[in-house]
Design a protein around this ligand. Structure first.
Ligand code: URA
Length: 292
């Protein structure tokens, strides 16, 4: 690596350090080839080869059925510890953001307020210039269920609250039909600022913003994360498959479970899919009723 690249990597690592992310691990494929253990990378690390912050290759997901009566999942599948995440097991696949970034021990106990304060009046990416309000997230800080959407739209940008527009009203209806209350769950997005013209957030915007999402999920420690739509699925699970293929199934995620389903905005455009959204919400309810 030449001096320029080294300086660039150093700046990037310092940036992530500011976000509370202090450890990066090389990809499993690299680990399998090069070393049996993950390498810890710091801003001063001399030998930075492959960073998880590079564009990640996407992976094929295997659904699990642990919550629905099948055998328990292994530690490797759970991807809980860096060591487990690094193990090049038979089902080894490239890491999702959440496997590749880990926070330090004290960060595991941080509160949503602390994360919010750390986010501050964020200007870490270009979305800051077009937003009115940062939409941090809303709901029960001890929720068993987190919904993760894509990014704020115009209504959310105006009010600073996630899912308050048309898609939000559909989400509310689904939550209520499933017998839950909005105030009992937590709702947030992959990015916290409205993308121009509601476009899909760009990879570098997601990469910049999603560490805060990671920290929110780690602070809340839910039993289930419901990924609403493809950007949430890609960001959290590193999935390559389309949402239609993987929705409605449970996946291991950070020692807990994730269930992808359609984004409510998609269902508004395709009302026939509402039935499927309802079915997925029923799965959520059944899962939450099952013993931990
Ligand atoms: N769509 C999203 O993905 N998030 C919101 O908060 C609102 C609409």
């Amino acid at each position: 690596m030449d001096e320029r690249q080294r300086a660039k990597v150093k700046t990037m690592l310092e940036f992530y350090q500011d976000l509370g992310i202090e450890e990066f691990y090389i990809r499993r494929t690299e680990i399998a080839k090069a070393a049996p253990r993950p390498q810890r990378l710091t801003p001063d690390s001399a030998d930075v080869q492959t960073l998880s912050t590079e564009k990640r290759s996407e992976s094929r997901l295997q659904p699990i059925h642990a919550s629905l009566g099948s055998p328990p999942v292994s530690q490797h599948q759970l991807g809980g510890s860096p060591q487990a995440a690094a193990a090049p097991g038979p089902a080894a696949r490239p890491m999702s953001l959440f496997e590749s970034a880990s926070t330090t021990a004290p960060r595991e106990h941080e509160t949503l307020e602390e994360i919010h304060a750390d986010l501050g009046e964020c200007r870490r990416c270009r979305l800051a210039s077009g937003r009115h309000t940062i939409v941090f997230g809303q709901g029960n800080p001890h929720a068993e269920l987190i919904f993760v959407g894509e990014g704020p739209g115009a209504d959310e940008d105006a009010q600073g609250i996630p899912f308050v527009g048309r898609a939000g009203r559909l989400l509310n209806r689904m939550i209520e039909l499933a017998g839950m209350k909005r105030e009992d769950v937590y709702i947030c997005n992959v990015v916290k600022c409205r993308p121009p013209n509601n476009r899909t957030p760009l990879p570098d915007e997601i990469e910049t913003c999603s560490p805060f999402l990671l920290r929110q999920i780690q602070a809340i420690k839910p039993r289930l994360v419901c990924c609403l739509g493809a950007p949430a699925v890609k960001t959290l699970l590193g999935a390559k498959e389309g949402i239609t293929k993987i929705r409605g199934q449970f996946y291991d995620f950070q020692g807990t479970k994730a269930l992808p389903t359609f984004h409510p905005a998609y269902v508004l455009r395709n009302p026939r899919e509402e039935k499927i959204l309802r079915e997925d919400f029923q799965k959520i309810v059944d899962f939450l009723k099952s013993p931990c």
